[in-house]
Design a protein around this ligand. Structure first.
Ligand code: UD1
Ligand code: CA
Length: 448
């Protein structure tokens, strides 16, 4: 049957104690709500309808075209929130999934199964439940002696006997659209002044209609986020899930509890991740690499058999067999060809280092194009910025840059040329020449 999802994301999330709307708090690099939005799109084959309210503009901007939106101008409760979608879905006659934006661990398989349950339910409503010792403020599932669902009672309204119930409302529902809208209009304000979505369960039961409540397979899926402590718990759970998937795909982790891999990252088998590794954004890592300890890689491409120790890479590219660290910093536009070696304390930005080039110690290379097999001596610096503009440096194949050379850009060093230790090079050096001094002058011309 046709299915569409409504994601509830209009609440402020006061328990987070934050100016940022709860559903935008980052969870492994992505806004919390992005998880349920993506999952719902997968299940329904189309973008969900997100109910926005508190921080509506910010939420829409963060989720962008991945969803459609309706506004709940005043946050009068979850029942009221769902009702705001009626106008948008007036012509829709299928099943409506309703999911809270603060349930990031719900899996697509679980929600698809919920839709399946409702498709074969003669009654109008199905929902997910979870059991366990810790109620976490969830609504309690009240059942009759035969196990039939009677109602969901919110914690604030529950009797002591109801509070002792250990089956809870997860906050994911599937309803027949035609029934849903009229039921929501019958919901009365709670003593707290809100229209509770959960009240539609009792309404169905009073009509003599069947409500099916089925337990989630893995209790961790029901981890909802109301507080920062919950957010930390969910981060750990999602991280464990992501890490397990990569280990199953052949990635080694010395201590998976200390490895952070964001959902957009890809890895190839036989790569080893040491503790303190953070892989972020759209990073991709080839096979046979050893990364970390203590390495942050953001939206970078790393080839095969690279070794990266205690370094930070941002928007960089490494080809194969690159070795770097400890303590290197690759910034946007750094591109290291195969077999480049970069030792301790190097920074590269907007530069290409050709195959086999070595940069052992304490260097800054910016806006440079460096061919292969160049030796960049300790302390070499491209003086690429004159206070107003950036200027390029070009270094030819096999050149030897002496320790502590200042390359005052724009400047070109020819193939096979050499600069003496401590030279300040502010004029181009011809291929094969040797220059020394401040400012650098030719000591020997090529071939002489
Ligand atoms: C809700 C359920 C509770 C369930 C729990 C599980 C109700 C009344 N209670 O409680 O039974 O156990 O989820 O997660 O539904 N929202 C709006 N507009 C509003 C109010 C809330 O869009 O006016 C959104 C929030 O942004 C949030 C979701 O609805 O994403 C749930 O709201 P929240 O306040 O977190 O409800 P809970 O107290 O957790
Ligand atoms: Ca909640």
């Amino acid at each position: 049957m046709e299915t569409i999802a409504i994601i509830l994301a209009a609440g402020q999330g006061t328990r987070m104690k934050s100016i940022l709307p709860k559903v935008l708090h980052p969870l492994l690099g992505r806004p919390l709500a992005a998880y349920s939005v993506e999952m719902a799109a997968l299940v329904c084959g189309r973008p969900p309808l997100v109910v926005v309210g508190h921080g509506a503009g910010q939420v829409r901007q963060a989720l962008g075209a991945s969803a459609r939106y309706v506004v709940q101008a005043e946050q009068l409760g979850t029942g009221h929130a769902v009702l705001q979608a009626e106008v948008e879905l007036a012509d829709f006659a299928g099943l409506v999934l309703i999911i809270s934006a603060d349930m990031p661990l719900l899996r697509a398989e679980t929600i698809a199964a919920l839709a399946q349950t409702q498709a074969s339910n003669p009654g109008p409503l199905s929902l997910l439940t979870v059991s366990g010792p810790d109620p976490r403020g969830f609504g309690r599932i009240v059942r009759d002696a035969d196990g039939g669902v009677l109602a969901i009672v919110e914690e604030a309204q529950a009797t002591p006997a109801q509070l002792a119930i250990r089956e809870y409302n997860v906050g994911a529902y599937c309803a027949c659209s035609a029934w849903l809208w009229q039921a929501l209009k019958k919901v009365k304000r709670s003593p707290k002044g809100e229209y509770y979505l959960t009240d539609i369960v009792q309404l169905a039961v009073e009509e003599g209609q069947a409500v099916v409540a089925s337990p989630v397979a893995e209790p961790v899926e029901a981890l909802g986020i109301n507080t920062r402590a919950h957010l930390a718990e969910a981060t750990a759970a999602i991280r464990a899930r992501v890490n397990l998937r990569w280990m199953e795909a052949g990635v080694a982790m010395i201590d998976p509890g200390q490895v952070y891999i964001e959902p957009g990252v890809t890895l190839a088998p036989d790569t080893t991740l040491w503790p303190g590794t953070y892989l972020k954004g759209s990073t991709s890592i080839g096979s046979g690499c050893v990364i970390g300890p203590d390495t942050i890689i953001e939206s970078s491409t790393v080839g095969n058999d690279c070794r990266i120790l205690s370094s930070v890479l941002e928007f960089a590219t490494l080809e194969d067999h690159v070795e770097m660290g400890p303590f290197c910093h690759l910034r946007k536009g750094a591109h290291l060809a195969s077999h480049v070696h970069m030792g301790n304390f190097g920074e590269v930005k907007d530069s290409y280092l050709g195959e086999g080039t070595k940069m052992g110690h304490f260097s800054y290379i910016g806006n440079a194009s460096i061919e292969g097999n160049v030796n960049i001596g300790a302390g070499t610096i491209t003086c690429n910025y004159d206070g107003e503009q950036k200027h390029p440096t070009e270094i030819g194949e096999g050149a030897f840059i002496g320790s502590d050379t200042m390359l005052v850009a724009p400047v070109k060093i020819g193939k096979g040329a050499r600069t003496g230790a401590g030279s300040v090079v502010n004029r181009d050096v011809a291929p094969g020449d040797v220059v020394v001094g401040v400012p650098a002058r030719p000591l020997r011309k090529a071939g002489k």
